[in-house]
Design a protein around this ligand. Structure first.
Ligand SMILES: [Zn+2]
Length: 489
């Protein structure tokens, strides 16, 4: 017996050892690597640590074997074998972004015309090639897909990224959308009963999915069955809801709600239980001012039930009124000509709105920003993500940066906004001991930025190198590899 146990033990010990080692990177991935020595020292760098603390000038950050080994007072360090020393005077390092609404698809509408009409059905093509590269280039080192349309593709992509075969962030793969039977998205499951919801959760949890998302037409009974099944397996459920109100979902035990306060339907006129309202939340947001009794009651309920809120401001920004910054050339360069055309149709839409409609959109924007602030002030866990879909002008990576800028517009300080997009996501995922802030012992998931986003948040767009598990990826090379492809695959 002994001779059989020993080899088994040896294999176990060896596999533990192997898991601790970084994967061998493929030739393709190595093309994007700028720093890969076992030891790296970032010298004279400004540190934004992701906890919301003020930035600290002139620090050395020591990376060893994929982990942050130490944060020290800035000093010159001589170069040595196996060590890369980067002089980062004028640069800032912050934790890798933990993107919490980071799809791997884009809604293409090939027949979209200037009236925004298109031939049905709505199609959702995968961006399996370009999206992971854009995310990593933008500083995202961990992300949740927050709804999948090709779940096997996403699971295999995660596997290949973790195995070092493809470039991209660490991925929390969300299962297929838990959608009700009334849906115009043909690529989503259309649940027919609570038992259907339960079976779907069981099946995909067995196949490696690590989160779920409920969608606009789910019933309360289906949502409850899905939440209970997911929780039995230690898996969290979020939702972009409409048929179920925020308060109802909180009471059913949901873990997170998407899109800030934009899609809560509790005050919508004619709202019937389990049925999405015509207003889909607009009326409720219009009539829910921060500080009102309804708003206080809602925020209290969410906080009491430990429900997180994911802020996805970029996807609503085109409705928020004029005076928005111009589109970044790098983002335009990433897209196919058709995606670019679609992008501008969406972006220029506010100009065609009547004054009454644009005032209404601006009011919703204002109310949402205030409610997100009130939720965070009351102790709620606010998360951040871009929601890069065909609603338009939001792209992976660029959108993650824009979300942080818009949190600053909402009234958070730059370091608070960065915490929402880093440590808060890690806390939600239960990974705050490994990722989400810059501290000795944590994974070396770090973003090197030219400038000082703690003073001028727009500097967050100047990403140079993104470290994932201590390997430094060249942001510009990743962007170059995607040019003209986003929107196609
Ligand atoms: Zn979404």
């Amino acid at each position: 017996m002994r001779s059989k146990i020993l080899p088994a033990l040896a294999v176990f010990v060896l596999s533990c050892f192997l898991q601790a080692q970084p994967p061998e990177l493929s030739k393709k991935v190595k093309e994007f690597v700028r720093v890969s020595t076992p030891k790296v020292i970032l010298t004279h760098v400004r540190v934004i640590d992701g906890t919301g603390a003020p930035s600290v000038e002139d620090q050395n950050v020591v990376i060893e074997a994929g982990k942050i080994a130490a944060i020290q007072k800035g000093a010159d360090v001589p170069a040595a074998d196996g060590t890369t020393v980067l002089d980062l005077r004028g640069y800032t390092v912050m934790p890798g972004i933990v993107g919490m609404h980071n799809h791997l698809f884009y809604i293409a509408r090939p027949n979209l015309n200037s009236q925004r009409k298109y031939d049905p059905p709505v199609l959702v093509p995968q961006m399996t090639f370009s999206a992971p590269r854009l995310y990593l280039a933008g500083g995202v080192t961990t992300m949740r897909t927050t709804g999948s349309v090709e779940t096997y593709t996403d699971l295999n992509l995660k596997h290949d990224i973790d195995a070092g075969k493809l470039p991209g962030p660490h991925i929390d793969v969300t299962g297929p959308y838990l959608e009700g039977s009334e849906s115009y998205f043909l690529q989503m499951p259309h649940l027919t009963s609570p038992d259907d919801a339960l079976q779907l959760v069981e099946y995909w949890a067995d196949h490696g999915v690590t989160s779920f998302k409920a969608y606009m037409n789910i019933t309360r009974a289906e949502l409850k069955a899905a939440i209970d099944a997911a929780h039995r397996r230690g898996i969290k459920v979020t939702g972009h809801l409409c048929s179920v109100t925020y308060k109802e979902a909180a009471e059913l035990g949901i873990d997170d709600l998407e899109h800030g306060f934009f899609v809560n339907t509790q005050l919508d006129p004619g709202k019937k239980p389990d049925v999405c309202s015509d207003s889909a939340g607009d009326y409720t947001l219009e009539h829910m001012e921060s500080g009102s009794p309804e708003a206080k009651d809602l925020v209290d309920t969410l906080v009491k039930h430990h429900v997180a809120i994911t802020s996805t401001l970029p996807v609503f920004e085109s409705d928020a009124g004029s005076g928005r910054p111009p589109v970044r050339q790098q983002a335009l360069d990433a897209m196919t000509p058709e995606a670019r055309e679609d992008f501008f149709l969406v972006r220029e839409r506010p100009a065609s709105l009547t004054p009454a409609k644009s005032d209404h959109a601006a009011l919703l924007w204002k109310h949402d920003l205030e409610l997100e602030r009130a939720f965070a002030s009351a102790g709620g866990l606010l998360l951040a993500g871009p929601d890069p879909t065909g609603r338009g002008d939001v792209l992976p990576g660029f959108g993650d940066q824009r979300e942080i800028e818009l949190l600053v517009e909402a009234g958070f300080s730059p370091v608070e906004a960065i915490k929402i997009a880093t440590l808060n996501g890690a806390i939600y995922l239960g990974r705050e001991k490994q990722i989400g802030s810059i501290a000795a012992g944590k994974n070396a998931d770090l973003v090197v930025i030219k400038g000082d986003p703690s003073k001028q948040i727009a500097d967050i767009e100047n990403v140079e190198v993104v470290f994932k598990d201590g390997i430094g990826y060249d942001s510009h090379k990743l962007l170059d590899s995607v040019k003209g492809r986003y929107g196609e695959y």
